[in-house]
Structures are given as structure tokens and as C-alpha cells.
Design a protein around this ligand. Structure first.
Ligand code: FAD
Length: 279
């Protein structure tokens, strides 16, 4: 197992640093490449890793080597959960917390070297073949100026009373309401993290997530549907004053003083009716 460590000092632009790092990664022939997560390195290393055909992970706080197995630790959930993981891919660029870089290198017996500057020839220039305006692929569901936040939770993907899931119906109901109401779409973490829902719910991403590890939008009103109202989710509602929720469960989190009005009802039926009334 060959381990290399690189630092990059002074000033440099993205177009200078990417080829410099990419060349250093390839020339090192190392399986593991360590670098400190300074703002300069973090900006260029992901692109350099792609050029060098390397995998990359950032924010490492510990790196251990046991034979061929390399294990990395990094914090998740805003420093609440310490995760431990490893990768089979090589070369693997591991960008460490900058304050821990020296200790991690010392622990692995690696001496960091400065990255040699890239030759002018290596600094390839981008050739523009055409321009596509960003955001033309589809309509954004995040509308900060809307008076209403509509939150969809994981309940939309759960088996319903008939024992089956109704993902396409759920997606059509949600997008139908958004189109008619102009509401901004929020989501719970459970829904945006669910791979089986990603196809039907392609109009939302983790950017829609509201909560402790998501957004804290500031709409005047909020309507939550099929979402349990767990504390890590509801903290994202702290600037939404008028809150209503639709949930089958009369004891869900929204009933514990987190919503002004809880409709104990089937959101599929409620939102279908609302859509009919809006039409
Ligand atoms: C450190 C930490 C940070 C977190 N950060 C966040 C965060 O930022 N945002 C976030 O959202 N979560 C966060 N979570 C996760 C959070 O605790 C919950 O697990 C998550 O919000 C649950 O999502 P949910 O309510 O959509 O799904 P579920 O808990 O699965 O609830 C689904 C709900 O849908 C209801 N339902 C089902 N069918 C229907 C129907 N037909 N009509 C009406 N209701 C129906 C069910 O009764 C149920 O209450 C965090 C967790 C941790 C540990």
C-alpha cells in the first residue's frame, strides 16, 4: 500500500491547481493520497481526482490502515454522528480536516510534499460548444417568495389502506397542488433519502429537505402532509407561524403542540379534494 500526502501553498487559481493536483496524484502512483482540506485544496481536488481517475472523500478526521484496508472517519449530521467507512476504489484521495492533517500524516508515517506547479501545457482550456441556460430542464419546486410551504413526508410512499403503494398517484397529487397553489415544496428527510421514491418524485431532491439538517424556510403558512412531525424535522418550521398538518395518526408529532391545526385524515383523499376545489 503506497500512501502519498500533498500540500499546496501560496496562491493559485482553480485552473492552475487542478492540473497540478491531477499530475501529482497520477505521478505518485499511490493508492491513498492525503491532502489537507484548506479552501484552496477543497476547491480544486474534486476536479483533479476526476481527471486522475481517483475516488475522493472530504472532511476526514481519522485515517487508519490495516493491511490493504483503509478506514476513514468523518462526522455526519452536523457533528452528531461519527461515521466510519472504507472504499475499495484506488487511487483514493482523502481530504482531511486541515487541523488534523499533520497528525494523520505522522500517524501513518507519511511526509507531506508540496504539489509541483503544473506546466502551462497541462492547463487545458475549456472549449465551449454551446450554451444551455441553467434551470431550463424543469420547473423549480423551491419558491422562497411563496406565502405557502407544502411539505410532503414519507407517508406518500407507504402502503396505504389497500395494502399497496401509490407513488405515481402521490407524485401527480403533489405536483398538481403545487401547480395550482404556487406553493413551495418542502420535504422530510425520510422522503428525499428514499431511493425507491426517487423516480416518481424526481421533482424533489435533498434541496427540498426541511429540518435540523435541512432548510429553515420562512413562509407565512405551512401545510404538512404524510409527515410525522418529528422534532428534527419540525425545527425547520420555526419561522413558519401558521402550521397545519394532515396525518392519519392522531398521536403524530404535529399533535404534540407543533401544529395549529391537525387534520386526522388521509392526505391522498384530502389533497385530491383540494385539487378539485382549486380547479
Ligand atoms: C440528527 C438527526 C437529524 C435529522 N434531521 C432531519 C431533518 O433535517 N429533516 C427531516 O425531515 N428529518 C430529519 N431527521 C429525521 C427525522 O427524525 C424523521 O425520521 C423524519 O423527519 C421522518 O420523516 P417522515 O415524517 O416523512 O416519515 P415517517 O416517520 O415515516 O412518517 C410518515 C407519516 O406519514 C403518515 N401517513 C402515511 N400515510 C398517510 C396518508 N395516506 N395520509 C396522511 N398521513 C399518512 C404516517 O401516519 C406517518 O406519521 C433527522 C434525524 C436525526 C437523528
Amino acid at each position: 500500500m503506497k500512501i502519498a500526502a500533498f500540500t499546496i501553498d501560496g496562491n493559485g487559481t482553480f485552473s492552475q491547481d487542478v492540473p497540478a493536483f491531477a499530475a501529482a496524484i497520477s505521478a505518485s502512483g499511490a493508492d491513498i493520497i492525503l491532502a489537507p482540506g484548506t479552501s484552496r485544496a477543497r476547491r480544486s481536488l474534486p476536479a483533479a481526482a476526476i481527471r486522475a481517475g481517483a475516488a475522493i472523500d472530504t472532511n476526514a478526521v481519522a485515517v487508519t490502515v490495516d493491511g490493504d484496508k483503509v478506514t476513514v472517519q468523518r462526522w455526519a449530521y452536523r457533528q452528531r454522528i461519527l461515521t466510519t467507512f472504507s472504499r475499495a476504489a484506488r487511487p483514493w484521495v482523502i481530504v482531511t480536516d486541515p487541523a488534523l492533517f499533520a497528525d494523520i500524516c505522522a500517524g501513518l508515517g507519511v511526509t507531506p510534499e508540496p504539489v509541483p506547479q503544473a506546466s502551462a501545457a497541462a492547463q487545458t482550456r475549456t472549449k465551449v460548444n454551446g450554451v444551455v441556460a441553467a434551470g431550463t430542464g424543469g420547473e423549480s419546486t423551491i419558491k422562497p417568495d411563496s406565502p405557502l410551504l407544502f411539505v410532503a413526508g414519507a407517508g406518500w410512499t407507504k402502503k396505504q389502506a389497500d395494502g399497496a403503494t401509490h407513488l405515481d398517484e402521490a407524485a401527480a397529487t403533489i405536483t398538481g397542488f403545487l401547480a395550482k397553489s404556487g406553493a413551495s415544496l418542502g420535504s422530510s428527510k425520510s422522503l428525499v433519502d428514499m431511493p425507491e421514491a426517487a423516480k416518481a418524485f424526481s421533482f424533489m431532491s435533498h434541496m427540498n429537505q426541511v429540518g435540523q439538517t435541512g432548510a429553515t424556510p420562512r413562509h407565512a403558512k405551512g401545510l404538512s402532509t404524510c409527515c410525522h412531525g418529528e422534532e428534527p424535522h419540525v425545527v425547520g418550521w420555526r419561522f413558519v407561524n401558521d402550521r397545519r398538518a394532515v396525518n392519519l395518526d392522531a398521536n403524530c408529532g404535529w399533535a404534540q403542540g407543533k401544529a395549529d391545526v391537525l387534520y386526522v385524515a388521509d392526505a391522498f383523499e384530502v389533497m385530491k379534494k383540494v385539487n378539485e376545489l382549486l380547479a
